[in-house]
Design a protein around this ligand. Structure first.
Ligand SMILES: Cc1cc2nc3c(=O)[nH]c(=O)nc-3n(C[C@H](O)[C@H](O)[C@H](O)COP(=O)(O)OP(=O)(O)OC[C@H]3O[C@@H](n4cnc5c(N)ncnc54)[C@H](O)[C@@H]3O)c2cc1C
Length: 586
């Protein structure tokens, strides 16, 4: 059942406790409760995904509403970012059933073969290799056709996709005015931008149709796909929302290491605390910010840092909260003639009647412009091998991984500029996909209701900045190609200095430092490692030098896959669920 108050639960002991009903947590909860004799409690800090404003979570085009000043988000901010002129930036994380899978921008990219083969190498376990992970990727997903009913056979390769997994997946709900131009550019500039039928085949390089977590015109989240179906049909699953895990409690020792069998939870700073006990183990799936925070609140971390906030160390591990890796993103926008069909009249608020009509259409049959995520193409690309950007070596996992991403939106899109109130636009984004900067999550206070200190440390390295400059120049080559002639009126005013043919690297760097934000892909803060003195979890994702705690979420990734991480997190959660079942013979 679903509970909103810890005092309502009939039981304080479960086989497993899962902390966080997010992307990974819901996979674990749903897979473990397939066995009716296994009792699972899920504790989620955030709110329900039904009721108040739930259309914002469901409607693909409304996705950008979810993370900004939102009841569905933790509304975190970062430390001043020295690489961004000391700006403090927002740092979105889902605070709702489904976690960030319920609030994100729906992009579905697994990563490259090389990305996963490097995981297997660093973690010391071949189950993380591409050849093994492919079965978990397929297990998590179900290809469905785009909502407008068009033939999508030239938009993906069905052979690489799952057909009956929980997460629904499709290409965009409607075609856009950009589509034929993007496709023509991949033909005319095929050397730099080759067409790739399906980047989820393990071969990510090139430009192809964007695949998104939506089916039947609505978002598919880990809640709609995994948690809700389990909750409505199983008696062995309890979900407690609006309740925060405040710390793990040491309950003894096992095989010479501290054992943590109990979890303390609470609803506000001053509210009563409750304790739940896991007969087998607690799985932390609180995400790349939440999981290291809970470990540190429990005394598992760098003893010197913990003592600064008055926490006594129980397990010394200086790597907890370190190795934060995130993707920096910067956008570019172009002005179009006012009669061009883009999503702007609806998203910029210029056409309230059009929005009312679109909502009526979506409510009636889940079709129309709202069933689209706004863009239909994405590309993963590499800088040339002889570029000076790579003078200190190539940090990618291998020649099949990307240095940068370009993607296109049929409308105004920016996470750093105030949106205009009228006009028609297209946008493209640039992302450094294999960044070498490393940041951290650390505690501000021993109070679990105080936000941790989040420092993604963007552009700490010349390489990251160099790749972003290269990505911007590459995107300009794309948009200045012949298929776009006569389509664009002008670059957006902020972009004008770098759109000019004689723009300098300094002009581009000025733009980057002013407008770069996060694309919300933090990983690595409780990284898996085969090395004894390194990382936070082992190959089975068990917290090193402890008993009774596993971490399954974005924190355990030792590197970012050189794409968006969501599909990879689902895949690794499916693998982890199998590992847990195997460990307990369930
Ligand atoms: C705005 C946004 C856009 C994004 N766009 C994309 C995209 O298009 N494609 C893509 O691949 N990736 C995208 N991402 C990233 C992707 O969604 C995340 O990497 C992924 O969902 C993280 O999964 P997770 O299981 O690690 O954490 P989450 O899904 O964030 O789940 C963690 C859960 O734990 C809960 N929690 C945290 N602390 C506690 C606590 N103390 N007690 C109880 N519960 C707690 C949280 O409320 C949350 O529900 C985006 C992320 C955001 C925020």
């Amino acid at each position: 059942s679903l509970y909103t108050d810890p005092s309502q639960l009939n039981s304080t002991t479960y086989d497993f406790i899962v902390v966080g009903a997010g992307t990974a947590g819901n996979v674990i909860a749903a897979r473990l409760t397939e066995n009716p004799s296994v009792r699972v409690l899920v504790v989620e800090a955030g709110v329900s995904d039904t009721g108040f404003r739930s259309q914002d979570l469901q409607i693909p085009l409304f996705a950008p509403r979810c993370p900004i000043n939102s009841p569905f988000d933790w509304n975190y901010t970062t430390t001043p970012q020295k690489g961004l002129n000391n700006q403090v930036i927002t740092y979105a994380r889902g605070y709702v059933l489904g976690g960030s899978s319920a609030t994100n921008l729906l992009t579905w990219t697994r990563g490259s073969r090389d990305d996963y083969n490097r995981f297997a190498e660093v973690i010391g376990d071949s189950s993380y290799s591409w050849n093994n992970m492919i079965k978990y990727f397929k297990k998590s997903e179900q290809w469905v056709h785009p909502r407008d009913g068009r033939d999508d056979s030239d938009e993906h390769n069905p052979a690489v996709h799952g057909t009956n997994g929980p997460v629904l997946l499709s290409t965009g709900g409607v075609r856009t005015v950009m589509d034929t131009r993007v496709l023509a550019t991949t033909q005319q500039l095929s050397e730099e931008f080759p067409f790739n039928l399906d980047a989820n085949s393990g071969d990510i390089l090139g430009v192809g149709w964007l695949q998104s977590t939506m089916g039947g015109g609505s978002r598919s989240s880990s809640s709609t796909a995994y948690l809700r179906p389990a909750l409505s049909s199983r008696k062995n699953l309890d979900v407690l929302i609006q309740t925060r895990a405040t710390k793990l409690i040491k309950t003894g020792s096992s095989n010479g290491v501290p054992q943590f069998r109990s979890l303390e939870v609470g609803q506000t700073t001053s509210s009563k605390r409750f304790t739940f006990t896991a007969r087998k183990e607690t799985v932390l799936s609180a995400g790349a910010v939440g999981s290291p925070q809970i470990l540190m609140l429990s005394g598992i971390g760098d003893p010197a840092e913990l003592s600064k906030v008055g926490i006594k160390s129980t397990v010394s591990n200086p790597d907890v909260g370190k190795n934060l890796i995130d993707h920096p993103i910067v956008g570019a926008q172009y002005i179009l003639p006012n009669d061009t069909a883009t999503v702007d009249p609806i998203t910029l608020g210029e056409d309230p009647a059009g929005l009312t009509d679109a909502l009526a259409q979506w409510t009636a049959n889940k079709t129309g412009i709202l069933s689209s995520a706004g863009g239909n193409f994405i590309g993963f690309l590499r800088v040339p091998g002889n570029s000076t950007i790579l003078k200190d070596g190539d940090p990618t996992a291998g020649p099949g991984s990307s240095h940068y991403e370009l993607a296109w939106q049929a409308g105004f899109a920016s996470s750093s500029q105030p949106p205009p109130t009228s006009g028609r636009y297209i946008s493209n984004i640039h992302v450094v996909t294999t960044p070498t900067s490393r940041g951290s999550i650390s505690l501000n206070s021993s109070n679990p209701f105080t936000s941790p200190i989040i420092d993604p440390n963007f552009f700490d390295t010349d390489y990251d900045l160099g790749v972003m400059v290269y990505a911007i120049r590459s995107a300009q080559r794309f948009i200045k190609a012949q298929p776009w002639n006569g389509f664009i009126l002008a670059p957006y005013p902020d972009l004008a200095p770098i759109f000019a043919d004689n723009s300098t690297d300094a002009d581009i760097i000025t733009y980057i430092r002013k407008f770069t934000r996060t694309i919300h892909h933090p990983v690595g803060t409780a990284a898996a490692s085969k090395d004894k003195g390194k990382g936070v979890v082992d190959a089975n994702l068990l917290v090193k030098n402890t008993s009774g705690i596993r971490v399954v979420d974005a924190s355990v990734f030792p590197f970012l896959p050189s794409v968006h991480p969501l599909a990879g997190i689902y895949g690794i959660a499916e693998l982890a669920a199998d590992k847990i079942k195997h460990a307990y013979g369930i």
